[in-house]
Design a binder for this molecule. Structure first.
Ligand code: GLY
Length: 341
């Protein structure tokens, strides 16, 4: 009799824990997933030519499709973040990997980081010049060393030993971004002037309830040699904690570092029980200076928030509920919570 009662209790629990999807099917929590990507918040997409818009949209669709395919099959958040960012790094339309902007010396110096929300493990590289996919090396730093961040020559030596694909620095000189928008012409404008901060990032909540985040960039255009931005700094450009959210930023890295932007979103949730929407909104609209960039984030329930305080942000989102969208145009300053007039 007792066994029978326990059985009924378990069945009731299963019913309570199940959710009805938008398509009306009953879906267990373990079947749900969410993903968001960004491809930079620099410039104003309204002023881009049709070709540039199409390149960005096609690139994001390809990356997001890969993420969707992997997540539907039960892949881990960490694997998805790495695979999606690898695709964006290989696409010269974005300021990361192949498409990285150049520093004042005419060289590409790349940064990336990745974080596992399940255990707070994280890894990063900064200032690498011959690594094809910095996000993969960031993951190797996380998994194969006791360290979090390796820089320049040491990072490159480690990358070589760990089997990462090496490229000649000229690999980065053929990028769409460089030839069209970032000629090495001695015109040393600042990143804010030429609006060329266009980092890529990915945040994921997988079917198992795990969160992960990653960010990769060539940094800001015409930066000083050796300058490192927020993207490889866990807490500034990237953060993930299964109990709260996964966050990735794009924008003027110095502002994200000053504001500990990615972790501050988590801290607001942790210490003040702020919702993800409110935490991101606070960071984008009240802490980061206007025109400094954007954030993408997903919380432990799979809720996606994407915001920016620039005219536009290349971004996309998909989920097990059937959402699949990429866009270039500006979001409203706040999508889910009313702003004071
Ligand atoms: N957010 C990219 C950078 O500032 O390097």
């Amino acid at each position: 009799m007792k066994k029978h009662a326990a059985c009924i209790l378990l069945m009731l629990l299963a019913v309570v824990m199940n959710a009805t999807t938008s398509s009306g099917q009953i879906k267990t929590d373990s079947e749900t997933w969410s993903i968001a990507i960004h491809g930079g918040a620099g410039g104003d997409a309204a002023n881009w030519d049709a070709k540039k818009k199409e390149l960005r949209l096609v690139g994001m669709r390809k990356a997001l499709s890969k993420g969707k395919e992997m997540l539907s099959s039960g892949a881990s958040a960490l694997d998805v973040v790495e695979a999606v960012i690898t695709i964006l790094e290989d696409d010269a339309s974005f300021n990361a990997g192949k498409g990285s902007v150049l520093n004042q010396a005419g060289k590409a110096e790349l940064d990336a980081s990745i974080m596992n929300g399940a255990n707070l493990a994280c890894g990063a590289v900064a200032g690498v010049t011959v690594v094809k996919n910095p996000i993969q090396v960031a993951r190797s730093v996380m998994e194969e060393t006791p360290h979090v961040l390796l820089v320049s020559q040491g990072a490159e030596e480690f990358a070589k030993k760990s089997g990462a694909v090496q490229v000649d620095p000229s690999y980065f000189l053929s990028s769409v971004l460089r030839t069209r928008d970032n000629p090495v012409d001695g015109n040393r404008t600042t990143a804010r002037e030429d609006k060329h901060y266009g980092t890529v990032g990915c945040v994921v909540r997988d079917q198992h309830g795990n969160l992960a985040a990653g960010t990769s960039t060539g940094g800001t255009s015409k930066k000083l040699a050796g300058r490192v931005g927020d993207s490889p700094l866990v807490g500034a450009g990237t953060y993930a904690d299964n109990r709260f959210a996964a966050v990735s930023g794009t924008g003027i890295g110095e502002e994200y570092i000053r504001n500990a932007a990615a972790y501050d979103v988590i801290a607001q949730m942790r210490y003040a029980s702020t919702s993800l929407e409110d935490a991101v909104d606070e960071m984008i609209n009240n802490r980061l200076p206007d025109q400094s960039g954007g954030l993408i984030a997903v919380d432990r329930d799979g809720k996606i928030v994407m915001q920016h305080n620039t005219p536009s942000m290349s971004c996309g989102s998909a989920s097990s509920d059937g959402l699949f969208e990429v866009r270039l145009d500006a979001f409203p300053a706040r999508e889910s919570v009313d702003k004071p007039q």
